[in-house]
Design a protein around this ligand. Structure first.
Ligand code: AMP
Ligand code: MG
Length: 661
C-alpha cells in the first residue's frame, strides 16, 4: 500500500482513555531529570526526592505566650481568691543563649518564642499575674507543659516532611525553611513548544488584514502549560504550507520535550499536517482522531527519538478542552504531579445532547441557586472563546447516552482548583446601566452577569436560578412594559422592581448616509439591518413596530419580515449592534442611545422603554440582593445613571411595582 493511500484511510477513533494508554505504551513518559534550585526560586517546582528533617522543630522547648516561666507544681491551687507568690529571678528574651535555672519558688519573665529556662515546665500568662519589683503574684494555676511547645513537637528530627513529586508552593516552602533547607532537588521543567497553524492567523497587537483573525491558541495553550508548572516555548504562527510547517515542527522537536500544534487538522488541509507529523517518525502518527465532540481531529505523533507531538483542534475552545483531557495527563506524568482535578456534582439546567457514539464535552457555567448548583451547558464547537472564558468547568456525556435532560445530575470537572461561586446572579437582558451599577456594589458581592435576553431572564427567575433579571418586554396589545409578561408567564414566585427608562432607537452610521428616518426605511431594500437575538426585549420592540406596519399594509408579519434585509443577522447585546453598524456590517439596528453614543454613531429615537428587575421573592432577603437594591435606590447610582446618554431615572426607582403570589 502506498504511503498516501495509508493516510487517506479512515482510521479508528479512540476514546481519551484508549488514546492515553496507547501514548503511554508507545513512549516512556516520565520526569526529565533533576536540578537543584534555591527555595526562593522553587515556586511551583516539583520535588525530585523525599525530604527529611535534620532537626527538631522547634529545636528547643519554647514559650508560646508572654508571661512567666515557672514550675507548674508551684502554682497548684492558685486562683483569684488564693493567689500564690513567687520570686522573679531573671528574664529570657527570644534568641537568648544564657538561661537561668528556675528552682522551686522562682519565676523567670519570658517572651513568646523564647527558650524555656531549665527547671521551668510551664508559662503563666502575663494577664494572670501582678508584679512589683521581684515579687510576682499569680492568680491562676498552670499544668506542666501549659503554654510551652516542646522540642520536636512540630517536626521531629528524621521525619519525612515532604514527599517526592510534591509541588512546592507557599505552605511547602514554609516547611523547607523551618527545617533549615535552602536548596532542593526538583524535576527539570518540561519544555513545551507551541505552534499555531493557519494562513488566517495574525499575532495580537498587529493589524488585522481582510479575512484574518487573531491567534488565540498560542496564548491559551501557553498559559495552560505554565499553569501546570511546565515551560511554554512560543514558536509562533506557521502558514498552511508543508515546508514551513515541517521546518517549525523539526525546530520545535530539537528544543523541547513536547510539541503542541493546533489547527490544520480538520478536513481540507488535514493531509498536510498529517504528512508532516507522520514524517517525524517512525513511528509517526499513532493516534488519528478521538471519539469525542469537540476534538475529533486530534492527532498524536511520535518522533524518531521518542518525542510526542500532539495536534490539537483549531477551534480555541476545542483546543483547550483537548488540552485538559489529553495533554494534562501526559504533562502531569512528565512533571510527576498527577492530575489534580476537582469535580463537583450539579444539576443540568437545560437539556444537552449526546454526540452519537462520541463522547460529548460541554463547557458549563455554574449557578449556585442556594438549593444546589445548576450547570448551564455552553456550546463548545462554535469557535466562541467567550464561552470558555465564562465556563467554570466541563461535563462529559458518555458515548452511549443520547441526551441528558434538564434536572439530570452531572459531574463537573472544574477548570480551576477552587470554584468560587458568585453570590449575585444577574441573568437577563444586557444593559449598560448595569455595567455602571455592578462596580459600585460593596466588595462582598461577587456578581455574575449572564446575558440571555429578557425572556431568558424571565425563565431563570421563574426557575429560581437568577437572583435578578433585567427585563424590557413590551406587551403587544397594551404597549405596557414587563408587568403583563410576569402575569402571562405566571412568574408567581417573584416581584418586579422599578428600574429605569432607556431610550430605544435606530442606531445608524455617523451622518446617517442612507438617510434613515423611521422603521419603514428598513423595508427599502438598500438598507441592511442587524437584529437582536430571539427573546431579547429589543427584538420584541422591533417586531412590534413591524407588526404595526404589516397590519397597516394589510400583509402578514412573516411576509413583511422577508422584505427586511438582515432580519436574521442576530447579535446578543446592544453594544454588538452598535459595533456591527460602526464596522459597516449593517446600515441600521435597533438599540439604546447609550450604545450609539459609545461608538459615536447617530441615533433616531423610537421611544422610551422601561427596564425593570424581576427578583424571586425568596431572594429579597439575600445580602447580595439587598446590596443591589440599596445601590439601585442610592443617590450615588442615580447621579451616575443620569449621566449616561439616553437614560432617565424615575422617582420610584427600586420600588416594588408588581408582586406575584
Ligand atoms: P483548522 O483545523 O485549522 O481548520 O481550524 C479550525 C478553526 O479554528 C478555523 O476556524 C480556524 O480559523 C480556527 N483556528 C485555528 N487555529 C486558531 C488559532 N490559533 N487561534 C484562533 N483560531 C484558530
Ligand atoms: Mg487552519
Amino acid at each position: 500500500m502506498s504511503e498516501v493511500g495509508k493516510r487517506i484511510i479512515f482510521h479508528e477513533l479512540l476514546t481519551p482513555e484508549e488514546a492515553l494508554s496507547k501514548v503511554f505504551s508507545t513512549v516512556k513518559v516520565e520526569p526529565l531529570g533533576t536540578e537543584v534550585v534555591r527555595i526562593e526560586e522553587s515556586y511551583g517546582r516539583v520535588l525530585a526526592r523525599d525530604v527529611y528533617s535534620r532537626i527538631d522543630v522547634p529545636p528547643f522547648d519554647r514559650a508560646t505566650m508572654d508571661g512567666f516561666a515557672v514550675r507548674a507544681e508551684d502554682t497548684f491551687g492558685a486562683d483569684e481568691l488564693n493567689p500564690i507568690k513567687l520570686r522573679v529571678i531573671g528574664n529570657v528574651e527570644t534568641g537568648a543563649e544564657e538561661l537561668p535555672q528556675v528552682n522551686s519558688g522562682e519565676a523567670v519573665e519570658i517572651a513568646t518564642g523564647a527558650p524555656m529556662p531549665p527547671g521551668a515546665n510551664a508559662v503563666v500568662m502575663v494577664e494572670y499575674t501582678k508584679r512589683s519589683g521581684d515579687e510576682l503574684v499569680i492568680y491562676r494555676s498552670v499544668t506542666p507543659g501549659e503554654n510551652v511547645m516542646s522540642a520536636g513537637s512540630d517536626v521531629m528530627m528524621g521525619e519525612l516532611i515532604l514527599r517526592r513529586c510534591t509541588v512546592i508552593r507557599e505552605r511547602e516552602v514554609g516547611l523547607l525553611a523551618a527545617v533549615g533547607i535552602d536548596r532542593v532537588e526538583v524535576f527539570r521543567r518540561p519544555k513545551v513548544a507551541i505552534i499555531s497553524t493557519g494562513n488566517e492567523l495574525v499575532s495580537p497587537g498587529k493589524e488585522l488584514g481582510r479575512g484574518k483573525i487573531y491567534d488565540i491558541n498560542t496564548y491559551t495553550i501557553a498559559h495552560a502549560v505554565a499553569s501546570m508548572g511546565a515551560e511554554p516555548i512560543i514558536m509562533g504562527i506557521v502558514r498552511d504550507n508543508i515546508n514551513e510547517m515541517r521546518e517549525t515542527v523539526n525546530k520545535a522537536l530539537n528544543i523541547s520535550d513536547l510539541v503542541l500544534l493546533s489547527g490544520g487538522t480538520s478536513a481540507g488541509l488535514a493531509d498536510l499536517t498529517y504528512r508532516v507529523l507522520d514524517e517525524i517518525g517512525p513511528p509517526g502518527i499513532i493516534i488519528h482522531g478521538l471519539k469525542v465532540k469537540p476534538g475529533k481531529p486530534t492527532v498524536v505523533a511520535v518522533s524518531r527519538d521518542n518525542k510526542l507531538v500532539i495536534g490539537l483542534p483549531g477551534y480555541p475552545s476545542s483546543a483547550l478542552m483537548i488540552f485538559n483531557i489529553i495533554v494534562k495527563p501526559i504533562l502531569a506524568r512528565m512533571l510527576c504531579t498527577g492530575v489534580d482535578e476537582v469535580k463537583i456534582r450539579a444539576k443540568l439546567a437545560i437539556r444537552a445532547d449526546g454526540a452519537k457514539g462520541r463522547r460529548a464535552l460541554y463547557p458549563v457555567s455554574l449557578v449556585d441557586t442556594g438549593h444546589g448548583i445548576v450547570a448551564y451547558p455552553l456550546p463548545a464547537e462554535s469557535g466562541a472563546i467567550s464561552t470558555l472564558a465564562f465556563a467554570d468547568g466541563y461535563i462529559a456525556i458518555p458515548e452511549t447516552v443520547e441526551y441528558l435532560d434538564s434536572g439530570d445530575e452531572v459531574e463537573v470537572t472544574l477548570f480551576t482548583h477552587q470554584y468560587m461561586p458568585a453570590n449575585l446572579y444577574i441573568i437577563g437582558s444586557h444593559d449598560l446601566g448595569l455595567d455602571v451599577l455592578i462596580p459600585m456594589l460593596p466588595g462582598f458581592v461577587r456578581a455574575r452577569v449572564i446575558n440571555v435576553g429578557s425572556m431568558g431572564g424571565l425563565y431563570a427567575v421563574k426557575r429560581g436560578e437568577a437572583d435578578v433579571a433585567g427585563l424590557h418586554l413590551v406587551d403587544e396589545e397594551t404597549g405596557q412594559y414587563n408587568v403583563p409578561y410576569m402575569i402571562k408567564y405566571d412568574v408567581k414566585n417573584a416581584v418586579l422592581i422599578r428600574g429605569y427608562l432607556r431610550e430605544q432607537g435606530l442606531i445608524v452610521p455617523r451622518g446617517n448616509p442612507k438617510n434613515i428616518r423611521s422603521i419603514e426605511d428598513l423595508l427599502r431594500g438598500d438598507v441592511r439591518i442587524v437584529n437582536r437575538n430571539k427573546g431579547a426585549g429589543t427584538r420584541f420592540l422591533l417586531d412590534l413596530k413591524l407588526k404595526e406596519i404589516a397590519s397597516k399594509m394589510g400583509i402578514k408579519f412573516e411576509e413583511l419580515v422577508r422584505k427586511v434585509n438582515g432580519y436574521y443577522y442576530e447579535v446578543k447585546t446592544h453594544t454588538a449592534v452598535a459595533a456591527a453598524v460602526a464596522q459597516g456590517k449593517a446600515d441600521a439596528g435597533v438599540g439604546i442611545r447609550a450604545a450609539a453614543a459609545m461608538y459615536g454613531l447617530d441615533f433616531i429615537p423610537l421611544g422610551w422603554e422601561s427596564y425593570d428587575f424581576a427578583i424571586p421573592i425568596d431572594r429579597l432577603e439575600k445580602d447580595s440582593v439587598k446590596a443591589f437594591l440599596n445601590m439601585l435606590r442610592s443617590n450615588e447610582f442615580r447621579d451616575a445613571l443620569s449621566k449616561l446618554p439616553g437614560y432617565k431615572v424615575p422617582n420610584d426607582i427600586g420600588e416594588v411595582i408588581w408582586k406575584g403570589q
